[in-house]
Design a protein around this ligand. Sequence first.
Ligand code: UDP
Length: 370
Amino acid sequence: MAEVKNLIVGCGLSGAIVARNLADDGQEVFIIDKKEHIGGNIYDYRNEHGIMVHKYGPHIFHTNNKVVWDFLTRFTEWQPYFHKVLVFMDGQFVPLPFNLNTLHCVFPKSISGKIEIKLIEKFGFNKKVPILELVKTEDKDLRFLSQYIYENIFFEYTKKQWGVAPDETDNSVLARVPVCVGCDDRYFQDKYQGVPMNGYTAMLQKMLDHKNIKVHLNTKFDGTFKYKNLFWTGSVDEFFGYKFGELPYRSIRFDFKTFCRDKFQISATVNYPTNYDFTRITEYKYFLNDKSENTTISYEYPSDFENGKNDRQYPIVNDSNTAIYAKYMELAKENPNVYFFGRLGDYKYYDMWAAAARALEVYEKFIKKQ
Ligand code: UDP
C-alpha cells in the first residue's frame, strides 16, 4: 500500500474531529475503522420502529466548553434535551443525583427537614458533594444520610458496573454522580446540553463529508499500512502488541427490547442499584421525542472486557492500570509521529465533550509542529 500522509485509526468522535480539522487545513486524510459503521461508541441508528437507538448505550451531550459546542454545531442541529434519571430505591422511583427533592421523597418530613437544614448549613445551597466526602462528615444525621445513600445507590450499582466495591474504584468515578444540595433534578447542569437532531451518526457523517477525507470501514490496522503521521484512537496496548500486558476495561452487554406500547417507564433512564443483574434501563424515544406506537429500551449488563468477545467501554482507572499505561506512554515517546487520544488512546473516562476537547487539542499540537 502507498504511504498516506495522515492515517487515523478509529472513526469515532475523536478520530472524526481530527480528520475534519486536517481536511479543512487542506490535508489528505485516510481514516479506518475495524467496525462496519462509523461513530465508534456514539453510533446510533433509527430502528424499524422509527426510534433513534444508541447502539452502545445512552449518550447525552453536555458541556460548558463553548469551543467544543460551536465546533459540533457546524455539523448538527440540536434537540434541546436535559437528561433526567430516576433511581429505584426503597421501593420508589426517585430523582438521581440524590438531591433535596430525593431527600423529601425517601424520608418523612420530620427527618428530611432537619437533614436539609444541616446540608445547606454545612455545604451551601446548590453545592455538590461527592458521596465519598459526605461519608466523612462527623454530624450524626449527615452520617446517617451518607450511609443510606452509599448503601442504596452506590454500593451494589458499583459492584455490578465495575466488579468491585466503591472503595476499590478511583474517587473520580463516584464523584461523577455527587449528592446535590439543591432542587435541580437534571443529571447534568452544563450550559450546553442536547442530542443531535438527526443522531450522532448523521453528525459524524457530515463531519467526514469532505473531499480530503477517505473512510474505510471493516478495515483493521496492520503492518501493511504506511503513513507519515498516525492518529491512534484505539487502545494503546494494542498498538504496542500488548508488550506490557493488556489494559483492563469494562464492557457492557446491551439487551434491546421493543414493546408495542407508548412508554415503558416514566423517565429516559432508570437505575436499579439493588435489584436485578442489570444496572439501568434506557428508553430511547425520550431523547428526540420520537413518535411511534412501539418503544425500544435497553438493559445494561456490565462485564469484563474480553479481547475478541466484546467491546471496550470503560477504562478501569486505578493506580496499577495507570502504571501500565504510563509504561506504554514512555514507549510512545519513541514514536513522535504517532498521536494517542480518545477514551481508549488516553485510557481516560472521558465524556463526549472531553474527548472532543482533547481531539481539538491534539490537532492544534500537531499543526504547531508542522
Ligand atoms: N453510580 C452508582 N449508582 C448509580 C449511578 C452511578 O453507584 O445509580 C456510580 C457507578 O460507580 C458508576 C459511576 O457512579 O459507574 C458513574 O456513573 P455515571 O452515570 O456517570 O456512569 P456512565 O453514564 O458513564 O456509565
